[in-house]
Design a protein around this ligand. Structure first.
Ligand code: MD3
Ligand code: FE
Length: 217
C-alpha cells in the first residue's frame, strides 16, 4: 500500500537532480509526452531519414542522425557545421514540432534557463553497439544558452567528463523519458555515450533515440 502510494507519487512529481553546477537531470520529464514525441519522430524520419554521417577524419559515425528545426547539425569531410538544408536532399530540415519545442523550453526553465529559444534539434539514433566518443559541443555561436537533451528507448551510460579531455568521466544511466539541461559551467564539458547494450524497449525496440535542442545562432 505505502509502496504503491510512493510509486504513484513518483510518477507525477517531477524529480530534479543536480548533476553538477548548471546540469540538471529531470528524470521521466518526457514520459507523459512519449506518444506525441514518437509520432512526431516518425514524421521527421519520413522526411529526413537517419543516416550515418562521416567525420572530417573520414570515419562513418556509429550513431545515425537526422535533424529538425531551422538549422541542423551536419558533418562530412569538410567539417562540422549547422545547415538550414539537409545535404542528402537539399531540402530544408523538417520544422521543429510544437510538442518538441514546448517540452524543451519547459525543461530549460526547470533547469534554470528561462526563455530558451532553440533553433536546432539534432536527433541521434543508437542501435546496440553504437557509441559516441568524448567530445565538446562547440559549433554553436552562443554558449550562454543551454543544451537540452531527451532520451527515449533503451537506456544508455552517459559519460560526463570535465573541461579537459583527460578528466575522468563520471557515468550516469539515462533512461527512457529522462531530460537533462546542460548549461552554465557544464556547457563545454567533454561528454560521450558508452556502447549501447542490446535490449528491447517496449515502444522503440532495439534502439535509443536522443534529441538535443540547441541554440545554434
Ligand atoms: C553536455 N549526444 O548530440 S546527450 C550530442 O546521448 C551528444 O546522444 C549524446 O552528445 C547522446 O552532441 C549526449 C547529452 C548532452 C548533449 C550535449 C551536451 C550533454 C552535453 C553539451 C554540453 C555538455
Ligand atoms: Fe554532444
Amino acid at each position: 500500500m505505502t509502496a504503491d502510494l510512493f510509486e504513484g507519487v513518483a510518477a507525477v512529481l517531477p524529480s530534479r537532480e543536480v548533476m553538477a553546477e548548471g546540469a540538471v537531470l529531470l528524470r521521466g520529464f518526457a514520459r507523459p509526452s512519449e506518444s506525441e514525441l514518437i509520432a512526431a519522430l516518425r514524421d521527421i524520419e519520413g522526411w529526413a531519414p537517419f543516416r550515418h554521417m562521416v567525420t572530417p577524419g573520414g570515419h562513418s559515425m556509429s550513431v545515425a542522425m537526422t535533424n529538425c528545426g531551422g538549422l541542423g547539425w551536419v558533418t562530412d569531410r569538410g567539417g562540422y557545421r549547422y545547415d538550414a538544408n539537409d545535404p542528402e536532399t537539399a531540402k530544408p530540415w523538417p520544422a521543429m514540432p510544437a510538442a518538441f519545442r514546448q517540452l524543451a523550453v519547459q525543461a530549460a526553465a526547470q533547469g534554470g534557463f528561462p526563455g530558451f529559444s532553440p533553433d536546432a534539434c539534432l536527433i541521434n539514433r543508437y542501435e546496440p553497439g553504437a557509441r559516441m566518443s568524448l567530445h565538446q559541443d562547440k559549433d554553436e555561436d552562443d554558449f550562454t544558452a543551454p543544451i537540452v537533451s531527451m532520451s527515449l528507448g533503451l537506456p544508455a551510460i552517459f559519460l560526463f567528463g570535465g573541461l579537459k579531455r583527460a578528466d575522468k568521466p563520471r557515468r550516469f544511466r539515462l533512461e527512457h523519458g529522462d531530460v537533462v539541461v546542460w548549461g552554465g559551467p557544464t556547457r563545454l564539458v567533454f561528454h560521450g555515450v558508452a556502447p549501447l547494450a542490446d535490449g528491447k524497449h517496449a515502444l522503440l525496440g532495439r534502439q535509443r533515440i536522443n534529441l538535443t535542442f540547441r541554440k545554434a545562432r
